[in-house]
Design a protein around this ligand. Sequence first.
Ligand SMILES: [Zn+2]
Length: 121
Amino acid sequence: MDDFMNDEYKDLFTATQCPTQQQLLDYVQGRLSPEQQHEVELHLMDCEMCSEAIEGLSAFEQKEMIPVWLRQMKWQMLRKLRTRKRRKDQVAYFTQLAIIVIVILFILLAAFWAFHFVRHR
Ligand SMILES: [Zn+2]
């Protein structure tokens, strides 16, 4: 009797288990893993409610992105303020990066000239 009840309950639960709105939003924005995406796609074939929800979310995708952008901008500003002390380190890092890039460019240029010289001798 108990087992029967549990099975029935489990089936009911499985049948009505829809992804959360956040999961659907992640699906629309392509942020789910391929496995998760496949699961949502399988569910969408059987669930009209979620299919309609996806349509609605797709239409509002750009609108939904605005708060995300604002949050990202705010977060980046906060991060800049917090890392202001490390600015000198950053300058040193970018100087090193610039030197590396210049060296690579010189090597490429040298290689190009060597190649050019050998081919046209
Ligand atoms: Zn559903």
